[in-house]
Design a protein around this ligand. Structure first.
Ligand SMILES: [Zn+2]
Length: 403
């Protein structure tokens, strides 16, 4: 036989073999164009594809053997140049790999290994306080001297203060960094909710900030009296009837809300995840303005009647409602508040009266995104885990309804 004829026979055999193979697998490779006439050029393509299929199958086989379950991040926080990260345990792992970067696509990464399944936290020292950090974690299993990694966890981003942000100069306390947690849910909402656990800033009461960005006076009373130009940058909050500090109760609720929202596809910006976050009310608002779509501050009111939940609405005062940025956002604030109250009501949370009370707040006065102070109850309200879960579901339901 001539060399050309041999080539033709080889090519034809390969195509038949491949066709049989594709029929057998019945997978997506079936959409690869099929050759009808044998010629050397097509046979080359087929051989290459056949190799790819074989490789893929081998890889799949390996993955089935060492299937490492993905984990999720619990908390990532930064204090004085040290990032602390914690994550959910994978009992079957041999350790974890923590990766961090200043780049959201994790270019120029740094890795840190934790060589124990039971150790689910680590510290990353000497990070740059003026930069944002993205953090993710994966679990690994060691087998035959080889490490097999899980998929990456969700990503957490530690956010640095930016002096160029609008109203940044009005804040007096902003040395700590909030963290933005990206949802890993299959259905993402593509919205970021700032969950602000009210109070919890040591020394915040001895510092004063302007009530309004333009230096005008407060139009209602509240924790600061009407007519005041300045107020405490953030106050210590109340103490609930059972002795729990309001800041402790709001933190527990905030962590519950965070979990619920991440599960349902919202990204969550957490202002505070420990007893003390050095961020005053203006800093919290400015961070939310620049990194979130909604800002929800969680509080317990200082009454003792277990009256139920309500949101702080924007006072019906022309001067206040025409002051920037209130002028551009007050309808959105009230709309957010109404939706949250409706969501909470449908989740079975006790609501106070019509569900709102008008007060001139620092938060509202500086907010450029839909923003509310949500009083989820008062000193006599139950704050067991069961009730907190109900409130969290209510908040999520409320957010889902916003148009
Ligand atoms: Zn409060």
């Amino acid at each position: 036989m001539s060399k050309r004829v041999v080539n033709k026979i080889v090519a034809f055999t390969l195509i038949i073999a491949t066709a049989v193979f594709f029929q057998g697998t019945g997978n997506s490779y079936a959409d690869i164009p099929k050759a009808t006439t044998p010629n050397p050029t097509i046979s080359n393509v087929v051989v290459k594809t056949n190799e790819q299929v074989t490789n893929k199958q081998t890889t799949n086989k390996t993955n089935v053997k060492v299937n490492v379950k993905k984990i999720s991040i619990d908390t990532v926080t930064r204090k004085s140049g040290t990032i602390s990260a914690s994550w959910k345990k994978n009992k079957k792992a041999n350790g974890y790999r923590i990766q961090y970067s200043n780049d959201k696509d994790f270019k120029n990464v740094k890795n840190k290994n934790v060589k124990s399944a039971s150790k689910t936290k680590t510290k990353i020292a000497k990070v740059n306080k003026s930069k944002n950090y993205y953090v993710r974690v994966s679990a690994y299993v060691k087998k035959n001297n080889k490490k097999y990694y899980s998929e990456w966890s969700n990503v957490a981003e530690v956010i640095a203060w930016n002096t160029k942000w609008e109203f940044a100069k009005n804040s007096k306390i902003h040395t700590d960094s909030p963290t933005l947690y990206f949802s890993n849910a299959a259905k993402k909402k593509n919205k970021t909710v700032c969950v602000n656990a009210g109070h919890g800033t040591r020394g915040g009461e001895s510092v004063k900030t302007l009530c309004h960005p333009d230096g005008s006076s407060k139009v209602t009373g509240g924790s600061t009296s009407q007519g005041a130009i300045t107020a405490t940058s953030i106050n210590g909050g109340t103490t609930l009837a059972d002795g729990t500090r309001e800041a402790t109760a709001t933190l527990k609720l905030a962590m519950t809300v965070k979990k619920q929202l991440l599960k349902e596809g919202y990204n969550v910006l957490m202002v505070r995840e420990s007893d003390d976050a050095q961020l005053d009310n203006i800093a919290r608002t400015v961070f939310a303005n620049n990194n979130a779509d909604y800002h929800i501050a969680l509080h317990y009111d200082s009454t003792s009647s277990n009256k139920g939940a309500f949101y702080i609405s924007v006072p019906n005062n022309n001067k206040y409602r025409s002051m920037y940025p209130v002028s551009k956002n007050w309808k959105k604030h009230n709309n957010l508040g109404k939706n949250l109250i409706n969501g909470m009501r449908s989740a079975g949370v006790k609501i106070y009266g019509s569900g709102s009370m008008a007060i001139d707040l620092t938060q509202t006065s500086y907010s450029t995104i839909p923003s509310v102070d949500l009083e989820v109850g008062d000193k006599r309200s139950d704050h067991s885990s069961k009730t907190l879960k109900k409130i969290a579901i209510g908040i999520e339901k409320g957010l889902n309804k916003i148009k």
